[in-house]
Write a protein that binds this ligand. Structure first.
Ligand SMILES: [Zn+2]
Length: 92
């Protein structure tokens, strides 16, 4: 692959890098708005340098036992990114 394509973020429509593996990837700004179904902020992390997936509530740091989250009321799915970091995709 040469030049990376830009595609609108599925939440806010801002042009964002397009990854073939993650066609519905939300942009980093939207990722930072992830909440649970009740609007409580959640954050996603890698467990360590080698990856892994970990989700915590932003306020209490309590573990959030799910990959599902909501961004601007849109259901999304977070997972360990294939290329490191965390990938959040629109879930539908
Ligand atoms: Zn966005």
């Amino acid at each position: 692959m040469s030049d990376r394509q830009l595609k609108p973020c599925p939440i806010c429509s801002i042009p964002s890098p397009y990854w073939e593996r993650y066609p519905r990837l939300v942009c980093s700004t939207c990722c930072s708005k992830a909440c649970d179904s009740k609007g409580r902020k959640v954050k996603f992390y890698n467990v360590d340098m080698s990856g892994g997936f970990l989700a915590r509530f932003a306020d209490t740091k309590e573990e959030y036992p799910s990959h599902l989250c909501y961004i601007e009321g849109v259901k999304c799915w977070a997972e360990e990114g294939k290329f490191g970091g965390i990938a959040i995709e629109r879930y539908d």
